[in-house]
Write a protein that binds this ligand. Structure first.
Ligand code: PGA
Length: 248
């Protein structure tokens, strides 16, 4: 499967960083076998799209409603209108800080897909769950409860497995742990969506960097990465894209 390497800029990025987005977009062209995207703060989306119109710019969250009295929120249609091609939903930082439930994440995914946005749906366990030996069953249940009811023609759903304890910490699960989780997630996707489930990309996220990307991408059922800190600079991000190209 073609790999997807998506950057999550979180709450980073000002006008002065548009040049970095341009560098990432231009250097990604050297790896035509890999899909590359950057999910930027919503306030930057339109300017980023103007800067790099042929490159996939995405959002980091979306409100499930079409429109209405939701102060401070952004709808899928508004993101699409601004030029976004995709959005992240259910990132653990939002599940924690904004107390987003699986049901809300599911509604967000469905709203985004219905508006023509691709979706990266995030799931992952906290450290005590991993230490208790419950990571696989917990994350499989979380995905089962967060998945949209159906896939939407013309849009793509991807999953990002991101252990909470690996995000921004420099800690990464072992290769067998990543493999075990991704195999279990693949099995659920096939059970839910049949043969279409075999084509859903399952990304790994959490402290991915140039030095560990190649071994992570070599794991079966790892179809790319969601990258936080190492996506902010082309010099850090492009080597990860290059590693994905080798494993494509
Ligand atoms: P990180 O973040 O690469 O900085 O660990 C990943 C993420 O939260 O998506």
């Amino acid at each position: 499967m073609r790999k997807l390497v998506a950057g999550n800029w979180k709450m980073h990025g000002l006008s002065g960083d548009l040049g970095e987005i341009r560098s990432i977009a231009e250097q990604s062209l050297d790896y035509p076998g890999v899909d590359v995207a950057l999910c930027v703060p919503s306030i930057l989306i339109e300017r980023a799209v103007r800067e790099v119109p042929d490159f996939a710019i995405g959002a980091q969250d979306v409100h499930p409603a079409e429109k209405g009295a939701h102060t401070g929120c952004v709808s899928a249609q508004q993101l699409h209108d601004a030029g976004a091609r995709l959005t992240i939903v259910g990132h653990s930082e939002r599940r924690a800080a904004q107390r987003e439930s699986d049901v809300e994440v599911q509604a967000k995914a469905e709203a985004a897909l219905a508006s023509g946005l691709d979706v990266i749906l995030c799931i992952g366990e906290a450290l005590p769950v991993r230490e208790a030996g419950l990571a696989v069953e917990t994350v499989v249940a979380q995905l089962g409860n967060s998945l949209p009811g159906a896939l939407t023609a013309g849009t793509e759903l991807s999953i990002a497995y991101e252990p909470i304890w690996a995000i921004g910490t420099g800690k990464v699960p072992t290769i067998p742990e990543i493999g075990e989780m991704h195999d279990a997630l693949r099995a659920l996707l096939e059970q839910r969506f049949g043969s279409a489930g075999a084509g859903i990309r399952v990304l790994y996220g959490g402290s991915v960097k140039a030095s560990n990307a190649a071994e992570i991408f070599a794991v079966p059922n790892v179809d790319g990465a969601l990258v936080g800190g190492a996506s902010l600079k082309a010099a850090d991000f492009i080597p990860i894209v290059a590693a994905a190209a080798v494993e494509a």
